[in-house]
Design a protein around this ligand. Structure first.
Ligand SMILES: Nc1ncnc2c1ncn2[C@@H]1O[C@H](COP(=O)(O)OP(=O)(O)OP(=O)(O)O)[C@@H](O)[C@H]1O
Ligand SMILES: [Mg+2]
Length: 270
């Protein structure tokens, strides 16, 4: 059979995968998924809206060697059909890149594993300039200038993801500082809900602390477990050889809820 090697043209593939439809909160959640898969117990998010705005996400997970970091930065780094560890929340081998570059033009990842630091960067403008998959290697001096770098060193291991050139967030926004803050409030609520089982340290899961600009995120309680009096038994269902555990909850009648509880369940008001 005659073949030619036809890899995708880097600038176009990168630009088109930016339009996958991530919101800021779902993009940050994809980065948190990776941290949880890497056994992190502390995830520190920092955002800064003034001058050269950035969002930095640090975890104290397993970290990556330089080889592992190269693979992590590659588009399509893992086979979606490959069997993964039960605690691995990833699937497509794309999230780190597509989620990040849906929000920014410069993605830097610095990782610390076995006492060794590695840093890599996708800069969309540089990829456009070279027309190639030109992954930038970051040296130690440059790493030192990155937000939360000192905190990564203090953790002794882990991974730091930095988003700069936040073009999608600042597009057409005359009052960026205020809207950035409001968007990060939505991120906080989203994380509190989506990761509530990890944040509350539910039985069987490793407890994870997540902070945004030094404020700890409190787990949401979407089933009102603290208030529910009707406890129900768990059910185990076998699906394609895997056991799925289903835990039902009965919510109290709306007339028994406070305004704050109704809000916690997702409604705007009573
Ligand atoms: N914070 C992290 N700590 C350690 N390893 C990481 C981290 N983030 C990413 N990785 C590694 O990089 C790989 C690629 O991550 P990426 O998010 O792009 O894809 P994925 O998690 O495998 O799948 P998905 O596209 O569903 O998110 C991961 O499988 C993991 O091995
Ligand atoms: Mg992922």
């Amino acid at each position: 059979m005659k073949t030619i090697n036809l890899p995708p043209y880097a600038p176009i593939l990168m630009e088109s995968t930016r339009a996958i439809g991530y919101s800021l909160e779902s993009a940050i959640s994809d980065i948190i998924d990776n941290s949880i898969s890497a056994q992190a117990t502390l995830i520190t998010i920092k955002f800064f809206p003034i001058g050269q705005p950035y969002i930095s996400i640090l975890d104290n997970g397993n970290g990556m060697s330089s080889k592992e970091l190269n693979i992590a930065m590659q588009y399509g780094s893992k086979n979606p059909n490959e069997k993964r560890d039960t605690n691995d929340l990833g699937r497509f081998g794309l999230g780190l890149k597509t989620a990040s570059l849906s929000q920014c033009r410069t993605l830097t990842v610095i990782s610390l594993k076995d006492g060794k630091l590695s840093g890599r960067r996708w800069n969309l403008d540089y990829v456009i300039k070279t027309g190639k998959w030109s992954l930038i290697l970051i040296d130690k001096d440059e790493m030192g200038e990155m937000p939360l770098f000192n905190e990564l060193i203090k953790c002794g291991k882990g991974t730091l993801v930095i988003w700069q050139n936040l073009d999608r967030l600042s597009a057409g926004d005359s009052n960026f500082v205020t809207t950035f803050g409001l968007k990060m409030d939505i991120v906080r609520e989203h994380i509190a809900l989506v990761f509530h089982r990890f944040l509350s340290g539910e039985q069987g899961l490793k407890k994870i602390d997540i902070t945004i600009n030094n404020n700890a995120i409190k787990a949401a309680d979407p089933f009102l477990i603290k208030k529910s009096t009707q406890l129900m038994d768990e059910e185990r269902i076998l699906v394609h050889g895997q056991i799925i555990t289903v835990k039902p909850y009965i919510l109290p009648h709306i007339s028994k809820l406070t305004e704050a509880e109704v809000k916690e369940l997702g409604a705007k008001s009573l």
